[in-house]
Design a protein around this ligand. Structure first.
Ligand code: NAP
Length: 253
C-alpha cells in the first residue's frame, strides 16, 4: 500500500467502468478522496457509491472530456467539494475501429479530441488547483498502440495515443518549475468492458500474444498509475510505464 496517497484528492476521468474504475478503486483503497468522472452521472455515482460502501471517500461527477467548458465546470465542482486537487488521471478514451481507406473526418476528430485534446483541456482546467497542491501530478492513460505498436483499423486511435506522449513530454518540461509531474501509463491489452467489445477472437488472439499468457487486469494499470501519482515518484516526470505482460517484447512468439 502506498501511504503517501492518503487524503489526496484524485480526479479520474473515464472511471465509470474499465481501467478508470480500477484506477479509482485503487486510489480509494489507498485512502485518497476520489472524483469518479464519466459522461453518465448515474454510472459515475454508482461507482462512487460502491467505493463508499467499502469505506472509501468518493463522489460521482459528469463531464464530457471533449468539452473544455465541461472540464472547467468539473474542476470547479471538485474544488468546491474537497477544497483542492492533487492528482488528475486523464484516462477517458475511446477506441473505435476504422480502416484507413474509409476513415471519415468526424471519426478522426472524435478519437483525437476524446483521447488527445482532452489531455490539454484536463490539464488547463485543473492547473490552478494543481498549483496549490504540495505534490501535484498528471497521469495519462496512453497505450502501447501508437507509441510502440500498430494495429489495423486503429490509425486514428494510434495517432491519438502517440499524440498524448508528445503533449506529455512538453507539459512535463513546461510545468516542472511548478513541481507538477506529468507521466503516462501505456497499457497493453487489459480486460475491460471496452476490450471485450472487440469480440472473442480479438481477446483470444491478444491473450496468445502476451508472454505472461494472460490479459492485463485493471488493477495492473491502477498500480502503475498510483506509483506515478505517489510521493515516491516525485523525481519522475515525462516518462512512461509499459504495462503489457511483455507483449511488445518478443521478436517472435
Ligand atoms: P472502457 O471500458 O470503454 O471505458 C471507457 C471509460 O471512459 C468509461 O468510463 C466511459 O464512460 C468514459 N468515457 C468515454 N468517452 C468519454 C468522454 N468523452 N468523456 C468522459 N468520459 C468518457 O475503456 P477502457 O478499456 O477502460 O479504456 C480506458 C483508457 O485506457 C482509454 O484511454 C483507452 O484508450 C486506454 N487503453 C485501454 C486498453 C485496453 O486494453 N482496455 C489498452 C490500452 C489503452 P461514459 O461512456 O459514461 O462516458
Amino acid at each position: 500500500m502506498i501511504k503517501s496517497l492518503e487524503g489526496k484528492v484524485v480526479v479520474v476521468t473515464g472511471a465509470s467502468r474499465g481501467i478508470g474504475k480500477g484506477i479509482a478503486r485503487g486510489f480509494s483503497r489507498a485512502g485518497a478522496r476520489v472524483a469518479v468522472v464519466s459522461r453518465s452521472l448515474a454510472d459515475a455515482q454508482a461507482v462512487a457509491l460502491a467505493l463508499q460502501a467499502e469505506g472509501g471517500l468518493a463522489r460521482g461527477f459528469a463531464a464530457d472530456v471533449i468539452s473544455k467548458a465541461a472540464l472547467d465546470e468539473l474542476a470547479a465542482a471538485v474544488v468546491k467539494a474537497w477544497g483542492g486537487v492533487d492528482i488528475v488521471c486523464a484516462n477517458a478514451g475511446i477506441f473505435p475501429s476504422g480502416a484507413i481507406a474509409d476513415l471519415r473526418e468526424d471519426q478522426w476528430d472524435d478519437v483525437m479530441n476524446t483521447n488527445a485534446r482532452s489531455a490539454l483541456f484536463s490539464l488547463q482546467a485543473f492547473l490552478p488547483a494543481l498549483r496549490e497542491s504540495r505534490a501535484p501530478r498528471l497521469v495519462l492513460t496512453s497505450s502501447i498502440t501508437g507509441p510502440i505498436t500498430g494495429y489495423p483499423g486503429w490509425a486514428h486511435y494510434a495517432a491519438s495515443k502517440a499524440a498524448q506522449l508528445g503533449f506529455m513530454r512538453t507539459a512535463a518540461v513546461e510545468l516542472a518549475p511548478l513541481g507538477i509531474t506529468v507521466n503516462a501509463v501505456l497499457p497493453g491489452n487489459i480486460l475491460t468492458e471496452g476490450l471485450s467489445g472487440m469480440g472473442a477472437d480479438y481477446v483470444a488472439t491478444m491473450t496468445a500474444s502476451v508472454p505472461l499468457r494472460r490479459l492485463g487486469s485493471v488493477d495492473d494499470i491502477a498500480a502503475a498509475a498510483m506509483f506515478l501519482a505517489s510521493d515516491e515518484a516525485a523525481f519522475i516526470t515525462g516518462q512512461t510505464i509499459v504495462v503489457d505482460g511483455g507483449q511488445t517484447l518478443p521478436e517472435a512468439l
